[in-house]
Design a protein around this ligand. Structure first.
Ligand SMILES: Cc1cc2nc3c(=O)[nH]c(=O)nc-3n(C[C@H](O)[C@H](O)[C@H](O)COP(=O)(O)OP(=O)(O)OC[C@H]3O[C@@H](n4cnc5c(N)ncnc54)[C@H](O)[C@@H]3O)c2cc1C
Length: 413
């Protein structure tokens, strides 16, 4: 009998298992994958996520894997440019984009080192119920015979097609339709650094140096462009760079060499799922998913893995009733993620910015101090009120010499 069984051992599941095991709880984590292995995902980690890795003692492992340190960000949204870097917090003066083959293995090994039992290649097919509570999992390792494991709580960290969510019929809420699709691959021959650029024709590209001396290049377009894109991916991929930044488009054509096949993903709709119930909880994409445009999925998986570990610990030690602790986890997760969810689903449309965002981002782009503050907000290390409180907005508009009639204070405008 385990205290907690975690289904899924990547960004959400392994940190959760590690944190619980470090507190002395008996934890089993299973994944149908074995590690190292890839996941369909680009790999950008915001400063807020890196802070978690640093606190857990794992950031040095990411750096030791020769993951390039990125100390300048080039953001651009329909002609508004933000070039700089957020003020370092707790010594984090760079961001990183480790391949998932690197990151996920570090995470699963950390869970194992902490004392969690890990079974790779194990597929969960069903949950065990007893008197209305989830009390375990059922599944098999490879082609082996079916096995059952029991626990006080089963956590689904099994991604957006979550089997755990399906088996407990976790309802969806705050669903917003997906705006786009993404294609990405890895290129040599380009020395670009970190770019995140949205053009005027509902097209975006991102570039990030990653492990093995290659850069990951990704494009996102809105769904209405999907049919045409699929017909000739190589040409359409290049055309997005040409359209958004002709200069970088020329460099890609002349110097870039694609090293791997393209990976496509049509984004599922953005959603929250009810993430707790009797004997079960959900974390990571299983419970909450949004467009990859802002690259917040990994960081959120870390933050919410830690939040859930804390509430599970309270329940397991009897500090408060488990059901109350899990309800509180769900509430806190929703409150903490609301800003990122709104920002992601709004900007992920790749269309005109709402007037408030247009006014404030344009103003911020005029000074380095405000640019870096905005990059800190995007990275999760500057709080909303540092930019959007009435006093801060007044200072921003004054610093940028914005005429009175162009100043917008209402975030819903
Ligand atoms: C194209 C794309 C680009 C992205 N880019 C970024 C980015 O740059 N930065 C960022 O922060 N986020 C990004 N994201 C989001 C990020 O990938 C996810 O938010 C993150 O991987 C969620 O982690 P997770 O652990 O919840 O789920 P996952 O990483 O999906 O892991 C789920 C695990 O559960 C296992 N599993 C599933 N079902 C079962 C089962 N029945 N039995 C056993 N095991 C099971 C799977 O094998 C898998 O290992 C991107 C996503 C996509 C799709």
């Amino acid at each position: 009998m385990y205290d907690v069984i975690v289904v899924g051992a990547r960004c959400a599941g392994s940190p959760l298992a590690m944190l619980l095991a470090r507190q002395g709880h008996r934890v089993l984590v299973v994944d149908r994958a074995s590690f190292p292995s890839d996941a369909v995902s680009t790999h950008y980690i915001h400063q807020a996520g890196l802070l978690r890795l640093q606190d857990w003692g794992l950031l040095d492992e990411v750096i030791a894997a020769k993951t390039p340190a990125l100390r300048k960000m080039h953001y651009s949204y329909r002609g508004i440019d933000l070039n700089g870097f957020a003020e370092p917090v707790s010594g984090i003066d760079a961001v990183y984009c480790p391949r998932r083959t690197v990151l996920d293995e570090i995470l699963v090994n950390a869970a194992r080192r902490a004392g969690a039992e890990v079974i790779e290649g194990f597929t969960v097919s069903d949950l065990v119920f007893s008197e209305g509570r989830v009390t375990g999992i059922r599944g098999r390792e490879g082609d082996g015979t079916e096995q059952e494991f029991r626990a006080s709580v089963v956590v689904g960290a099994d991604g957006f097609h979550s089997t755990v969510a399906k088996k407990v019929s976790a309802e969806l809420y705050n669903v917003r339709p997906a705006a786009g699709f993404i294609y990405y691959s890895y290129y040599s021959g380009l020395d670009w650094g970190l770019h995140h650029k949205t053009g005027f024709n509902e097209q975006w590209f991102g570039t990030w140096p990653t492990n093995d001396d290659v850069s990951m290049l990704a494009v996102i377009c809105t769904r209405r462009q999907l049919k045409e894109f699929r017909q000739d991916v190589e040409t359409r991929f290049q055309a997005v760079f040409d359209d958004v930044s002709p200069e970088m488009g020329a460099q890609l054509r002349d110097q870039g060499r694609r090293e791997e096949d393209f990976k496509p993903m049509r984004s599922p709709d953005n959603y929250y799922r009810r993430s707790y119930g009797p004997g079960w909880a959900l974390v990571g994409d299983a419970g909450y998913h949004k467009d990859p445009y802002t690259g917040w999925g990994i960081t959120d998986a870390f933050l919410h893995g830690e939040l859930l570990a804390d509430r599970l610990h309270q329940g397991l030690t009897g500090e408060r009733p488990m059901d109350e602790a899990l309800a509180d986890y769900n509430k806190a997760r929703d409150e903490e993620s609301a800003g990122v969810y709104d920002f992601t689903t709004t900007l992920g449309e790749l269309t005109e910015l709402p007037p408030f965002f247009e006014a404030t981002m344009s103003a911020m782009s005029t000074t380095q101090e405000w640019t870096d503050k905005m990059l800190g907000l995007i990275g999760g290390v500057v709080e909303d009120h540092e930019i959007y409180s009435p006093d801060a907005l007044e200072r921003l508009y004054n610093d940028a010499d914005v005429p009175e009639d162009k100043r917008i204070y209402d975030p819903t405008a």
